[in-house]
Design a protein around this ligand. Structure first.
Ligand code: TNX
Length: 513
């Protein structure tokens, strides 16, 4: 297989045109596509003499260490991290306070003079580092020393995201995922500049987070998973390890406790949470809509105050997701009463409330966030009519648990079959009448796990569709182009092979051979 640091053939009009080379637009094999890319003269080569020269504080040095950790095993180079003047073989990382780049933007320049990555904030350096990885040959992702050469074709880019929320969701309730599996997923999504991981921590089939004072939630309510296999749960230390691992990748964890429906695991663990005082058995099937917390009981709210208080204390991010979907066993008036009370609890713990778009029927505060999963009806969602901001996860486009085609061995098809092109070809600001750029915080790709048993299954459903959602969230709308995307996506295949990612070789994508 060839290693290419830039796409071959017609896609690339590098430095050959009559126009000055420095102004020619270039196509780079990068996902999400950077906002501005220009070809530049020369080639940068990483060699055994290269150093990582860093200018910035401790956070910039930490990004330099992350870069070194990726480059050292495959290149076999020492790549010392130093300060001072950078030379032509060096990678330079600089926090330069250029506010036009925003929190996450960066500039990258590569050529015979060296490679410079600069950003307003260390977070921008981290995002730019993901671009840099993708400019180097795919073998850079190998865990052991490779021959190289390690070149980057001359390029000049300036990049910043279209939306601030580019999320992924992992359902660890239907099938539990270990801390190591979640960390692996965090590494994989970080490569595509995803900056939110929403963890679906409770559902009918399992309760996955330890809550002080309610030990049976996890010891009993977390013991099983779909299919009756052994479940699991995160201790506070486990959860904090995930939060820290995410933070080191500038990813915000959004914890979800799904209420008032999707609560059989809690109801089975504590009889007093049930209106009739009878605990139902644990549930390991895949039906939805049959459970409800008891809206009229005071203990329901002291329970939720403990749960939300514990989560808020362990979660640095501003959001607590309270679910609110498919509450088919809660009456409409109980639902309204319940969501209003839970919203107050979330706010009392200093967080904003997020919920699935079903919560739009309840009067909400403008700081709340609604996550759109419904599709097919263009009328303005009820939450948006209240001025509540939206995160877009339309199930027929963004649900990574939908099958690619009828033969996909995993997944479901209730929202349709979702080819890679389907996952890519939509825009979050044209799904609904009267919902534009200002109503939308961004996009999120949920992965429900009724049929997904471990991280290898998750990878098969997420790759290559998660990068499609990530590009919708990051890249300017004017660059949206399936033909460009599929070719840049194809360039990710050898990377995923090098990283051991179990991806689906969709026939729509021209994978290199
Ligand atoms: C619907 S969409 C659900 C989940 C299921 C998923 C399966 C939504 C907010 N709820 O409970 O796991 O479909 O695709």
């Amino acid at each position: 297989m060839r290693s290419w640091s830039i796409l071959p053939g017609a896609l690339v009009a590098l430095a050959v045109a009559a126009t000055p080379a420095a102004a020619a637009p270039a196509t780079v094999p990068v996902v999400p596509l950077p906002a501005e890319v220009h070809a530049a003269p020369g080639t940068f080569a990483l060699t055994s003499a290269s150093r990582i020269v860093v200018h910035g504080g401790a956070a910039a040095a930490a990004v330099a260490a992350q870069l070194a950790a990726i480059l050292r095993p495959s290149t076999g180079f020492a790549l010392p991290i130093v300060s001072g003047r950078a030379g032509a073989a060096d990678l330079e990382l600089r926090v330069d306070g250029d506010a036009s780049l925003g929190r996450e933007g960066y500039r990258l320049e590569a050529g015979a003079h060296g490679l410079q990555l600069s950003a307003n904030r260390p977070e921008g350096l981290f995002r730019g580092l993901q671009t840099l990885r993708q400019l180097l040959p795919a073998a850079i992702e190998q865990p052991s020393a490779q021959p190289g050469p390690w070149t980057v074709a001359g390029v000049r880019m300036a990049d910043r995201p279209r939306f601030g929320w580019r999320g992924a969701m992992l359902d660890v309730a239907r099938h539990f995922m270990s801390v190591a599996e979640v960390e692996r997923y965090l590494d994989e999504i970080a490569l595509y500049k995803v900056n939110v991981l929403h963890l679906h921590l409770s559902d009918d089939q399992g309760w996955r987070i330890a809550i002080p004072g309610w030990p049976r939630l996890t010891s009993y309510g977390g013991s099983l998973e779909v299919g009756g296999t052994r479940g699991g749960f995160y201790t506070a230390a486990d959860y904090q390890a995930i939060v820290a691992y995410a933070a080191a990748r500038y990813i915000t964890i959004v914890p979800e406790i799904d209420t008032p429906g999707h609560t059989n695991a809690a109801l089975a663990s504590y009889a007093q949470l049930n209106c009739d005082g009878q605990a139902p058995p644990l549930y390991t099937g895949t039906d939805v809509g049959f459970s409800s917390l008891c809206v009229s009981k005071a203990v329901t709210y002291s329970f939720l105050d403990d749960v939300i208080g514990a989560l808020a204390a362990m979660t640095p991010g501003p959001y607590i997701h309270i679910g609110g979907d498919e509450a088919q066993s809660t009456t409409a008036s109980d639902y309204q009463t319940f969501i209003t009370k839970v919203e107050r609890i979330v706010h009392a713990h200093g967080k904003s409330m997020m919920g699935w778009d079903d919560i739009g029927v309840v009067p909400l505060q403008k700081t709340d966030v609604a996550q759109i999963w419904h599709f097919g009806d263009r009328s303005k969602p009820a939450a948006a009519k209240q001025g509540v901001k939206l995160v877009m996860s339309p199930a027929n486009k963004a649900y990574l648990d939908m099958k690619y085609n009828p033969n996909t061995p995993l997944g479901q098809d209730w929202a349709g079959l979702t080819k890679v092109e389907d996952a890519y070809d939509w825009d979050p600001t044209t799904l609904f009448d009267g919902v534009g750029e200002n109503d939308v915080l961004g996009v999120e790709a949920p992965l429900w796990t009724e049929t997904i048993t471990d991280i290898a299954d998750a990878e098969y459903m997420a790759f290559p569709r998660l990068p499609a959602i990530a590009e919708i969230g990051w890249s300017p709308k004017r660059t949206h182009d399936w033909r460009s995307f599929r070719r840049r996506l194809a360039a990710q295949g050898p990377r995923w092979e090098a990283m051991g990612i179990n991806f689906y070789r969709a026939a729509e994508v021209p994978w290199p051979r």
